[in-house]
Write a protein of this length. Structure first.
Length: 134
């Protein structure tokens, strides 16, 4: 039995088709394993970031009770955003002598653009008091 060119071409086509499906199957398996590793890593990272944010929020809320906090805790009002605290020095004596904006940061955290703009407005004395009546 002779092998003619048609049989060789047919055999090559079958080989290419089988190679394609084998490669596709192997590729899916490799991609699935890679995705599982990536998802596990991303979940671990998300949990770590969430813990860090939660720790920051707790630190913010409790910071007025620290010994070295610059204003009495009873004279501070928590806002959270766009700045953490507005404190009224002398409020306990009903004679406010100073208003202090405080942004609490922990670790390597830096102020964002909005927080920096608030600090600039206060430092440059662009602060007003308005009495609004209805």
């Amino acid at each position: 039995m002779e092998i003619n060119s048609t049989q060789i071409i047919f055999g090559l086509v079958i080989l290419v088709i089988l190679s394609f499906f084998a490669g596709k199957s192997i590729g899916k398996r490799v991609m699935y394993e890679l995705m599982e590793k990536t998802i596990a890593k991303e979940r671990k990272d998300a949990v770590a970031k969430s813990r860090s944010v939660l720790k920051g929020h707790i630190t913010e809320q409790l910071s007025p009770f620290a010994e070295d906090f610059p204003v009495k805790a009873s004279e501070c009002r928590f806002l959270g955003a766009p700045t953490d605290f507005i404190c009224f020095t002398g409020l306990d004596e009903q004679n406010v002598t100073e208003i202090v904006f405080i942004e609490v940061k922990s670790g390597n955290a830096k102020m964002n653009k909005t927080e920096r703009s608030i600090a600039d407005a206060v430092r440059n004395k662009r602060v007003k008091f308005i009495e609004y009546r209805q």
